[in-house]
Design a protein around this ligand. Structure first.
Ligand SMILES: Nc1ncnc2c1ncn2[C@@H]1O[C@H](COP(=O)(O)OP(=O)(O)O)[C@@H](O)[C@H]1O
Ligand SMILES: [Mg+2]
Length: 144
């Protein structure tokens, strides 16, 4: 499925309807990967999703800290985990982030930017999102 996003308001609406398609799985964490070039809008999508989930902290890119964990107070997921794999060398670098343990917990919703960097160590994601920025600053979002 593909959608075109023109404004941050539309991005928020899109994040909301995407969230309505997700539910915790008894088998473990829900992993959503975000692919797309630098500036495509991967972090912006995560920020919109965090806002929809009621996160009040300012959500910034985890490019340098690699991983951020936000506690959620809603009824479905208990934690939103935002990982940026851009600076990782390969899948083994996920282990120090506690990724294996995080994946075991059904209460975790994990959004991971740059899955290509760690593809060897990633389980099959629940949803693969791809983002493309158009020259007019609109974005195309594809769910796979
Ligand atoms: N849907 C959007 N509409 C307009 N601007 C956007 C949108 N998504 C992202 N941007 C802007 O593009 C820039 C890069 O976005 P970002 O989410 O950091 O990219 P990425 O994480 O993919 O590298 C930011 O300044 C952000 O505000
Ligand atoms: Mg980013």
């Amino acid at each position: 499925m593909q959608k075109e996003i023109r404004t941050f308001e539309e991005l928020e609406t899109e994040a909301k309807s995407f969230m309505e398609t997700l539910a915790p799985s008894p088998r473990g964490a829900t992993l959503v990967t975000l692919s797309g070039e630098l500036g495509a809008g991967k972090t912006a999508f995560t920020k919109a999703l965090a806002h929809v989930l009621g996160v009040e902290e300012i959500v910034t890119s985890p490019t340098f800290v690699l991983e951020k964990i936000y506690m959620l107070s809603g009824k479905s997921f208990k934690r939103l985990i935002h990982i940026d794999a851009y600076r990782l060398e390969n899948g083994a670098d996920l282990a120090p982030l506690g990724f294996g343990e995080l994946m075991k917990n059904s209460s975790n919703l994990i959004l991971l930017e740059w899955p290509e960097k760690v593809s060897g160590a990633l389980p099959t994601p629940a949803v693969k999102i791809s983002l493309v920025a158009n020259s007019d600053d609109s974005r195309v979002i594809t769910y796979g």
